[in-house]
Design a protein around this ligand. Sequence first.
Ligand SMILES: CC(=O)SCCNC(=O)CCNC(=O)[C@H](O)C(C)(C)COP(=O)(O)OP(=O)(O)OC[C@H]1O[C@@H](n2cnc3c(N)ncnc32)[C@H](O)[C@@H]1OP(=O)(O)O
Ligand SMILES: CC(C)C(=O)C(=O)O
Ligand SMILES: [Mg+2]
Length: 509
Amino acid sequence: MSKLIKIFDTTLRDGEQSPGCSMNLKEKLQLARQLERLNVDIIEAGFAAASPGDLLAIKEVAGVIENTTVASLARTHKDDIDKAWEAVKDAVSPRIHTFIATSPIHMEYKLKMSPEAVMDRAEEMVKYAKKYLSNIEFSAEDATRSDVDFLAKIFTRVINAGATTINIPDTVGYTTPEEYYDFISKIRSKCPALDKVDISVHCHNDLGLGVANSLAAIRAGATQIECTINGIGERAGNASLEEIAMVLNTRKDIYPYTVNIDTKQIMRSSELLSSITGVKVQPNKAIVGANAFAHESGIHQHGVLNNKETYEIMTPESIGLHENKLVLGKHSGKHAFNDKLVAMGYNLDKEELAAAFTRFKEVADKKKEVHERDIDAIVSRQNIAVPKEFELERFVINSGNTITSTAIVNIRTNNRTVEKVATGDGPIDAAFKAIEKIVGRKLKLEDWSMDAVTEGKDALGDATVKLRDNGHVYIGRGLSTDIVEASVKAYVNAVNKMKFEEKQEQEIS
Ligand SMILES: CC(=O)SCCNC(=O)CCNC(=O)[C@H](O)C(C)(C)COP(=O)(O)OP(=O)(O)OC[C@H]1O[C@@H](n2cnc3c(N)ncnc32)[C@H](O)[C@@H]1OP(=O)(O)O
Ligand SMILES: CC(C)C(=O)C(=O)O
Ligand SMILES: [Mg+2]
C-alpha cells in the first residue's frame, strides 16, 4: 500500500476561531459525527483551556467518536495540558496537541522568553503530557519565520521527550510552495529524528497558498495535513480539506498516496458546516461552490454534452453531489425512511429518528418529491435543534403593497400560549417584531437570508437568521416551502439557541 497521508481536521478548533463561526455543544457534536463519516484521521475538537464550555464540548466529542483520534490543543502549560487530558481521556484514541511559538518576533514580543527557555519549556511539557498518554503532537507556532537550526534542535529534544507528531505550521500564511519544500527538506536533513515521527503541516491562507503549500510539504515528506472544511479558520482561513482531498484523489499520478477520506461525504460536510455557522460558501469556491460543476457558456455546454471530461476533471458524484435522486414520498413509512438514512450514512437514535420522520412527513405533504438533499436538510437541522422554550403554534399575516404589514403570532412557552400583534416593514419584519414582543427582549437582527435547498417551485426554503444579544451571535435556521414560515421558524430557533446557550453558561459557571 502507498504511504498514508493523514488528514487532521481542525474545523472545530482553528475553524471555530474565525469570526462568526463559533458553535454550541450540540453543533460541535453534530459536525464531529459528520467528520467521522468523512473519515478524517484526527479531529481537533477544541482548546480545552479556552473555556469550561470548550472543555465540555471536547469531552462530549471524545465520548461519541469511535473511529477517529480526538485531540485537544494546549499551550505549553501544565494547567492547559491537564485540561486537555481531562477533555480527551475518554476518547478511543486520544491526542494532546501542545504548541509554543519559535520565531524571534513571537518569542521576544509575545512570549517574552529566550529561545533557550522556549526549548526547555517545550521539552518539559511534552514529558509532562507523556505521563498521561503516548499520542502527543508538538507544534512550533510560526515555524516558517523561525530559524531552521533552532527548529532542528527543539524538534530533536521534543521527539526524544516523546512527541509522536511534529507540526511545522505556516501560522501567518507567509511561505510559498517552493520555499516551504526547501524549508522542510532542510529541517529534515538537520533533524534525523523526524524520520521516526509524523511530520505535519498546518497552512494558513493569507496569500491564498494554503493548499499549494500543503501539497509542497507532502512532496518534502509531510505525512499529516491540517485543514478545515470550507477552508474556515483564523483570518483568511486554513487550507481547505475538500481541496486537498480532491487533489490527492484526482492527481494520483503526481501524489501516489493513500488518503482515508470518503470524498462522497464532502458536500454534506460543507453544507452542514454552512448550515451551522450561517457562513455561506462563495459560489466559485473550488469543489463545494455552487458553480464548481456548473457549465454556463455554449462552447462548454456543447463539449460537456458530447463528453463530460472535456470540462470536468472530477465528477460531481465523487464529492457526494448526487443527482438529486427522488427517494421517498408522503406514503413512505418509518422503515423505508430509516433504511434511506442509513444508506445516506446517518445513524440516528430512536428519538432523533422519530423527530426527523415527523419533519419528513410535513415536508412530504407540501412537496411532491422529496430528494436526498431535502433529507440532508431535514436531518441536519433536526439534530442541531435545541430545547424548544418557545414553540411556534401559528401565525397570520396581513400584507400587501398598499397596506402596512401586520402579523399575529402565537407561541407556546411555559405551558401557555402567548399571542402578540405587531406591524412592520413587510410580512417578515412584522412577524419578527411580534416574536420579539413575546420574548420580551430587544434583540438585534444582524442578518437574514434565504436559500432554496433544491430547485423548482416547491423547493424547500432554508432561512437563516442571525440575532445579536449581549455580544453573542445566535444563528437560527428554518425550513419550509413557505418563505415567511421558514423565516419565522428560523427566528424562533435563534431565540431558543440563545436561551439554551445562556442556560448552559450558567450551569458551567
Ligand atoms: C496560532 C493559534 O491559533 S494559537 C491558538 C489561538 N486560540 C486562542 O487563543 C483561542 C483560545 N484562547 C483563549 O481562550 C485565551 O487566550 C486563553 C484562555 C488560552 C488564555 O487567556 P489569558 O490567560 O487571558 O491570556 P491571553 O490570551 O491574554 O494571553 C496569552 C498568554 O499565554 C501565553 N502564551 C501564548 N502562547 C503560549 C504557548 N504556546 N505556551 C505558553 N504560553 C503561551 C502568552 O505569552 C500570554 O501569557 P501572559 O498571560 O503571561 O502574558
Ligand atoms: C496552534 C497552531 C498549530 C496553529 O493554529 C497555527 O500555528 O496556525
Ligand atoms: Mg492555525
